[in-house]
Design a protein. Structure first.
Length: 183
């Protein structure tokens, strides 16, 4: 079976259940925690991916780690994923679930790359501008600092990228100069 279909099927199932039980926010938070644990704790990733560890042991470990943190629906979902031996897809399922919830709630996630750290007023101005552009959608702005862009910004939102960086402008000028010197 196609891995994308597996991931999407499980993510949609937990989304439907969480929506019907009116616990989307709690399960959303749990799925964010799964992704964070997967990428920030190598032991967590190893526990998920180790094939010699029996499913019952993995379920026991998950319950010991998350029983006081996660909503019971999230724990039941993880139990089912492990029992069906799909745990290697768990972080992808969580990521797709987050995407489904954001789309359902009209939340846009934007990444803004700048050469310097933004002050809070500029950050809020950018968020408000994006809210207006996207017809009052909720905007989650993640900012990154990359000095190599020299100045300006790169904004990624949905499938779009707006590159107004000085580094990009200089690269275009350099390419134009190369092309004109050949003729």
């Amino acid at each position: 079976m196609n891995e994308g279909k597996i991931v999407t099927r499980y993510a949609k199932a937990v989304f439907s259940l969480a929506r019907d039980k009116n616990i989307l926010d709690q399960v959303f938070s749990d799925m964010e925690q799964i992704i964070a644990s997967y990428y920030n704790a190598p032991e967590f990733k190893m526990m998920i991916e180790i094939p010699v560890l029996r499913p019952s042991k993995k379920i026991e470990l998950f319950n010991n780690i998350f029983k006081n943190i996660f909503h019971p629906v999230s724990l039941s979902f993880i139990d089912m994923v492990i029992k069906n031996r799909r745990e290697i897809f768990l972080s992808d399922m969580a990521r797709v679930f987050l995407d489904i919830v954001r789309k359902y709630k009209g939340i846009k996630t934007a990444t803004l790359i700048t050469a310097i750290v933004l002050d809070e007023q500029t950050r809020q101005t950018i968020i408000q501008t994006l809210k207006n552009f996207y017809k009052n959608s909720e905007i989650i702005l993640k900012d990154q600092v990359e000095e190599k862009i020299l100045g300006g910004f790169i904004l990624n939102i949905d499938d779009r990228q707006f590159d107004a960086s000085i580094g990009n402008s200089l690269a275009k000028i350099k390419q134009t100069l190369k092309n004109t010197s050949i003729k």
